[in-house]
Design a protein around this ligand. Structure first.
Ligand SMILES: Nc1nc2c(c(=O)[nH]1)N[C@H]1C(S)=C(S)[C@@H](COP(=O)(O)OP(=O)(O)OC[C@H]3O[C@@H](n4cnc5c(=O)[nH]c(N)nc54)[C@H](O)[C@@H]3O)O[C@H]1N2
Ligand SMILES: Nc1nc2c(c(=O)[nH]1)N[C@H]1C(S)=C(S)[C@@H](COP(=O)(O)OP(=O)(O)OC[C@H]3O[C@@H](n4cnc5c(=O)[nH]c(N)nc54)[C@H](O)[C@@H]3O)O[C@H]1N2
Ligand code: SF4
Ligand SMILES: [Mo]
Length: 772
């Protein structure tokens, strides 16, 4: 068995200067190192060679799209994709005696990294009330137990069904169908904590919640903004697309409080000159913005564009586009001129000259794309910021045409597909009507609970059963202590999972772990070998087919578990052929094809190389808002207010983790090694706060109701983040995010906007997390 690459009990922190470039040879070496630690060369080779190829395994990492068939590289994956896929394909197994040796109280003391390192779950287990130990249970009994708890509820709304974005379209469709046939819209998902703000803002202004650009568009843009995004770590193949765009003459503007490695320079490991040469400079302009300053930036920029039009009437704005496709321009234009530029400079920390240079770049560009991710969405004014980005794009008609548009860069590989399949607590009536037509039951219309509201409902005893399809809810959600208490108060918690994580250690009175096949594995059902489908960030739906032998003979697929559960819970009413769905996923896709617009003839069309690109109405000049036009919006100026002596903390990902799961304690590009309990602070702030490099501090968040939350024992690392801002890793810092601290209207937790003070630890630091 391969040895773990590190010993957590030691974890000495070492800090080296942040890297100024990303990828290249070290990236390839790191990918192979992690893969070979996890599994055999043959299994690693099988996953890597079929990954992201036509008909192969879709990368279980991020949602970045693949080039068109025929244009894919032989190694069409990045360092992190290789790590994610082999983290699933690992040869390690949690076998029979494991849970006997490790009661829940023991598991609860282990680190996230240790839990993940134990390998794949191999058989269903249950923890009975009063017991501290998971013990084996048959599938039949496990499904019966869960169905029994569900049917004994007073109301279907006492159950919550959470989904994480790695679940396939087929599993997601079956889960939402089951939940709705059972009688509830309580379908929270990881997207509530991820791009919810994007969905709200785009829906309201454009009439569609999805991005409008394709990979082709990126290749042919003149100007690309990367706002609040760290592509070298989180969407590494985006750098290849940017490299190509630059070869075609594009300019790139990066907006970030941190000078992230890949934003500066990129060495493409798929090209010989990338491996040995200096690589490509990605960002032509880097706006070192204050955390939470993006709304002000786009408001300032929009004001400058309107003023440029005043000076050159007809020479700046796209009046044709504005007249034909939009409404609300006059109000917007009046409101935008009231923005105070002094406020813009305070909020952004930028100079007027810097913003004017961006305006000039914009004026020189015919085709502009704005990409964004968590640095934008996870703020109180996240929705307003994206609405302002839409205003910005519309002023010069940068929507609905080649090389231009809005590009929310999605996280999980199928998070967008899960939404398309109906995983949302507030699906529109058109979708619910289609379910009614197809399946003959009338789904409830009242909106269900999102992630934050589900936690509140559990805490108040209004929800009694929690079932998760993938993910790690306890670590992904804000206010860790509150979320843990909420889950513990449930009658039953159940997780359909591939690997062990913290959520399995925070149990309801009864708890189930239902182990499942991953995307890398072959999936045989009564109807023969199956494949699943997924949708990437650019609305392309395609096939993913597993290649490896399953981790255990006892594993069931996600679809099989859900179909059996649905059948057992609902019986034969409504008449839904759960058994046929389990036997042949094509039968599920046939139904999807009659419910989801754009997926007609799903089975036949998805079988074609490259799959199906879902139509985006914006690209056909159609804006399905109530007014039938795209909306200009007026957004009040807003910025985070940080009291004297405090910092604004953003919580983010290291280079070596997948969301809630750290792989190692290192963050290579940022030069952090050996420990994740670090807080990155600007040197001047370290001095002003009377702190020293390497000092042990507690992070104490302060909330408007006077409450405080504490994350104990972090080390101060001086880092070139903007003044007044700090950064630390998620999920260790989720304990600091108050449950009530959410984005306006989208209800998304504000994980990039936490007011903290750094409290020196005296005399001796405690060690966190406890060692294995
Ligand atoms: N390797 C790896 N890949 C991943 C993931 C992973 O965990 N590991 N997770 C996946 C998922 S689910 C998602 S959603 C995506 C997330 O992808 P990202 O959004 O890139 O992820 P974060 O690490 O949260 O980083 C956000 C970036 O925003 C910047 N930022 C923070 N606050 C602000 C701000 O106020 N303004 C601006 N302009 N920038 C700001 C941070 O400095 C950082 O560079 O990645 C996906 N891909
Ligand atoms: N503070 C803070 N909090 C955040 C964020 C942040 O930036 N800061 N980011 C938020 C974001 S963007 C997101 S998307 C969420 C992520 O939240 P989640 O999606 O809930 O979390 P993950 O860490 O991706 O879940 C990992 C687990 O999924 C299971 N899993 C993996 N693959 C499969 C599979 O194929 N099938 C099944 N059934 N299970 C599988 C494994 O058991 C693994 O342990 O966290 C959010 N929370
Ligand atoms: S860029 Fe994203 S989808 Fe592509 S290989 Fe890397 S992790 Fe996987
Ligand atoms: Mo995400």
């Amino acid at each position: 068995m391969p040895k773990p690459s590190h010993d957590e009990s030691k974890d000495p922190l070492t800090v080296t200067p942040p890297k100024r470039w990303a990828a290249g040879v070290p990236a390839v070496a790191h990918a192979l190192e992690y893969s070979l630690e996890q599994t055999s060369p043959v299994r690693a080779g099988t996953t890597l060679l079929t990954m992201n190829q036509v008909g192969g395994i879709d990368c279980p990492g991020c949602a970045w799209p693949d080039p068109a068939p025929g244009h894919r590289h032989r190694n069409e994956y990045c360092e992190n994709g290789a790590k994610h896929i082999n983290d699933e394909a690992t040869s390690r197994r949690i076998t029979a005696g494991f849970f006997r040796d490790h009661p829940v109280s023991d598991l609860a003391r282990r680190s996230d990294m240790w839990l993940n390192h134990q390998g794949r779950l191999t058989e269903p287990v249950v923890k009975w009330p009063g017991s501290d130990t998971y013990e084996p249970i048959s599938w039949n009994d496990a499904v019966g137990l869960l169905a029994g708890e569900l049917t004994s509820l007073d109301s279907p709304d006492e159950a919550v069904f959470y989904t994480s974005g790695r679940a396939s379209n087929e599993a997601a469709f079956v889960l939402q169908l089951f939940a709705r046939a059972f009688g509830t819209n309580n379908l929270p998902d990881c997207s509530n904590m991820c791009h919810e703000s994007s969905g709200f803002a785009l829906h309201e202004t454009l009439g569609t919640g999805k991005g409008t650009v394709s990979l082709e568009d990126l290749h042919h843009a003149d100007l690309i903004f990367l706002v609040g995004q760290n592509p070298a770590t989180n969407h590494p193949r985006q750098l290849s697309a940017l490299e190509q765009a630059k070869r075609n003459g594009a300019r790139v503007i990066a907006v970030n409080p941190l000078p992230e490695a890949g934003l500066l320079r990129f060495k493409n490991p798929q090209q010989i000159n990338g491996v040995v040469g200096h690589g490509v400079q990605i960002a032509d302009r880097f706006l070192h913005i204050r955390c939470g300053g993006d709304l002000a930036l786009f408001q300032g920029l929009n004001r400058l564009l309107l003023e440029a039009e005043d000076e050159r009437p007809g020479g700046v704005l796209d009046h044709d586009f504005i007249r034909t496709h939009t409404s609300g321009f006059e109000d917007f234009s009046r409101h935008a001129r009231t923005i105070d530029f002094g406020d813009v400079l305070t909020a952004t920390g930028l100079t007027r000259e810097e913003i004017e240079k961006v305006r000039d770049d914009v004026l020189r560009s015919e085709r502009v794309i704005v990409c964004w991710a968590m640095g934008v969405t996870q703020h109180k004014h996240g929705v307003a910021t994206i609405r302002e980005i839409v205003n910005f794009l519309m002023l010069r008609g940068n929507l609905g045409r080649a090389g231009a548009g809005a590009c929310p860069v999605r996280g999980h590989s199928n998070v967008q597909g899960d939404r398309t399949m109906g995983i949302w607590e507030r699906m529109p009536d058109s979708f619910l009507d289609a379910l009614r037509e197809e399946f003959g039951f009338d789904p409830a219309r009242a909106h269900g609970l999102d992630s934050v509201n589900a936690i509140k409902a559990m805490r108040e005893g209004r929800v009694k059963v929690f079932l998760a399809l993938a993910g790690n809810f306890v670590r992904a959600a804000p206010d860790s202590a509150v979320t843990e208490e909420a889950l513990r108060s449930c009658r039953l918690t159940a997780h359909i999972s591939t690997k062990l994580n913290r959520s399995h250690t925070v149990c309801g009175r009864t708890a189930l772990i239902l182990p499942t096949l991953g995307r890398t594995e072959r999936d045989f059902q009564a109807g023969g070998e199956q494949f699943v489908t997924v949708e990437n960030s650019m609305s392309e739906v395609h096939v993913s087919r597993g290649r490896l032998k399953p981790a255990s003979k006892l594993l069931l697929s996600e679809v099989a578990i859900l179909c059996r559960l649905a059948h057992r819970t609902l019986g034969t009413e409504p008449k839904i052929p759960w058994d046929a769905f389990e036997a042949d996923y094509g039968a599920i896709r046939d139904r999807i094809s009659r419910i989801v617009p754009g997926l007609h003839d799903f089975n036949r069309r998805v079988a074609r190389p490259g799959g199906i690109r879902l139509p985006n109405p914006v690209n056909e000049g159609v804006y399905p808002t109530p007014a039938g036009k795209a909306l200009f919006t007026c957004n009040d100026f807003d910025m985070p207010r940080v009291p004297e002596g405090h910092l604004l903390l953003q919580t983010l990902r290291s280079h070596d983790q997948w969301n809630t799961i750290p792989y190692t304690p290192n963050d290579r590009y940022r030069g952090i090694h050996g420990s994740r309990r670090v807080v990155l602070v600007n040197r001047a702030d370290v001095t002003d706060l009377g702190l020293t490099e390497g000092q042990h501090v507690d992070l104490v968040s302060v909330w408007t109701d006077g409450s405080e939350r504490r994350a104990a024992d972090f080390r101060v690392v001086t880092y070139p983040t903007t003044r007044g801002c700090a950064a630390a890793y998620y999920p260790e810092t989720n304990v600091l995010v108050p449950l009530d601290s959410v984005a306006d209207t989208s209800n998304q937790p504000t994980s990039k906007s936490i007011v903290v003070r750094l409290e020196p630890v005296r005399p001796e630091p405690v060690r966190h997390p406890p060692s294995p």
